[in-house]
Design a binder for this molecule. Sequence first.
Ligand code: FMN
Length: 178
Amino acid sequence: MRGIILYGSCYGTTQKYARQFARETGLPCFPCKQADEARDADTLVYFGGLYAGGVLGLSKTIRSLPNAANMRLLIVTVGLADPQDPVNVQNIRTALQRQLPKDVFSRAQIFHLRGGIDYSRLSRGHKAMMALLYHHDKRLPPEKQSAESRAIVETYNSKVDFFDTEALGTIRRALETV
Ligand SMILES: Cc1cc2nc3c(=O)[nH]c(=O)nc-3n(C[C@H](O)[C@H](O)[C@H](O)COP(=O)(O)O)c2cc1C
């Protein structure tokens, strides 16, 4: 296997997962801006932070790789909302389906990890976006709340870290299974 890890991370949690996975598997690991490194790979493990439902850097990375159509692709999303929640997982997958060419999406193995957030480190734009979401979500009646809206309300303006190396085991086992 000529495997490689690429990641799209804004504040470092996804990078931390990707680097830990690289230590556990021995695969080389690069930020998605260095997607060129994956040109000769036959297996790509892409770790991407979730931003407004999209996986950071994924579409651009796939478009830039001429060998994407022939690669084995494992996609790992990293978000604040609980990935044990089936509706959250369904929403992430629906968004992924829109981000990727049909054949790439249908072949990809998809995994979900929980990241974290530290409001003191957010850019102005991201702070403003989260404030809008918070003021909207905190008024939602219980039947309209989602894992995402609950995560935003519960963690607003604070620092939380759900980083969990154990969660990488499932992805490692999937990678080892041909
Ligand atoms: C502007 C903004 C939008 C976000 N959108 C989502 C989202 O749609 N779903 C989710 O689960 N988490 C969302 N998050 C939380 C991030 O996915 C989470 O902080 C993740 O750990 C970020 O990874 P990074 O540190 O590698 O950038 C958002 C965070 C910010 C700041």
